[in-house]
Design a protein around this ligand. Structure first.
Ligand SMILES: [Zn+2]
Ligand SMILES: [Zn+2]
Length: 316
């Protein structure tokens, strides 16, 4: 699978230290309403009746399964950069985990991120902190931009996704992101209801556990994964150190790397976006890459792209 020709993933980018223009287009209510609503609902987590340790475990496991495997491993390294390949059944399973994060369709996510690599911190970057920090973290999600939200952009930057029947289906019917999200929340509720009823013998206990799993394991987790993903756009283009003098402002940020299973080594990633690994020093731990290696050891991942210096050696 090849990238669009104009996607200079291995190239340098023109530098920019000034503010860049951003879209002030119409408000995207379809993004603003669910993001605002789930942030409000997440406050329910402070209610003692809705607390359970099972909910906390569901939150932590969910951040890894949906956020790290769904978004970081699948949407980012697999679908956007094609830094490795997996069997279709596994790719679609991981993409379904990503749908449970309410972070848009695979095609739009991939097109937006390839746009970011193609125009990092310059005119055309969908979410540069050079506009302002809040814009890069969350503001850009709420404004329609013809340079981002357009089928011609998806065709230009994510043609490979649109030629896949599953991703094409989701692009034609994006409301399925919402259906999948509500369906998985219902599974959490029913699992808690049945387990609570079985464990304590009464339905109110089941209701409490089901509600707790939805609040902690679905709503708080969704909000947490949102902010982790958005931090890669905002924090790692603002705070951290640089191993490479890349011509955008990407940074290596240990805190973001810790919560995102490696994605915070973002300066390394911009220096070598094609590589499946972003670990360039021994202590820049990249859990996502070790997961890819584990999949490869199980025979479930192939064509794992090595770091650039090894690619050069292989080319001779
Ligand atoms: Zn970046
Ligand atoms: Zn990337």
């Amino acid at each position: 699978m090849s990238f669009p020709k104009n996607l200079a993933l291995d190239g340098a980018f023109s530098s920019s230290s000034t503010r860049i223009s951003r879209s002030r287009g119409a408000i995207l209510w379809a993004y603003l309403v669910p993001i605002f609503t789930l942030h409000l609902l997440a406050i329910l987590a402070v209610a003692p009746w809705l607390f359970s340790w099972a909910g906390v475990v569901a939150l932590l496991v969910g951040i890894h399964v949906y956020g790290n495997l769904g978004i970081n491993l699948c949407y980012h390294r697999l679908l956007t950069h094609r830094s490795f390949a997996v069997p279709k059944w596994l790719e679609y399973t991981l993409a379904t985990f990503a749908l449970c994060c309410m972070q848009d369709t695979p095609t739009r996510w991939v097109a937006t991120h390839r746009l970011h690599h193609n125009h990092s911190d310059e005119e055309g970057d969908p979410h540069s902190p050079l506009d302002d920090f809040v814009w890069s973290h969350i503001g850009w999600l709420f404004r329609k931009s013809p340079a981002v939200h357009d089928i011609a952009v998806y065709q230009k930057y994510a043609r490979d996704l649109l030629s896949d029947p599953f991703y094409f289906f989701l692009e034609k019917r994006p409301y399925w992101v919402g259906i999948v999200y509500f369906a998985h929340a219902a599974v959490y509720f029913l699992a808690g209801l049945v387990a609570g009823r079985w464990y304590s013998g009464d339905w109110p206990a089941g209701l409490q556990l089901g509600a707790s799993l939805v609040v902690w394991g679905v709503i708080v987790r969704t909000v947490a994964v949102w902010h982790i993903t958005w931090s890669v756009n905002s924090l790692t283009h603002t705070f951290g150190y640089r191993n490479y003098a890349t011509s955008e402002n990407s940074r290596n940020n240990w805190l973001v790397a810790l919560v995102s299973a490696g994605e915070g080594w973002h300066n390394n990633h911009h220096q070598d976006p094609a590589s499946a690994s972003v670990q360039h020093r021994w202590w820049e731990f990249d859990l996502t890459y070790y997961t890819i290696q584990a999949l490869a050891a199980l025979g479930l991942a192939s064509r794992v792209t090595p770091p650039r210096h090894i690619r050069r050696e292989e080319r001779g």
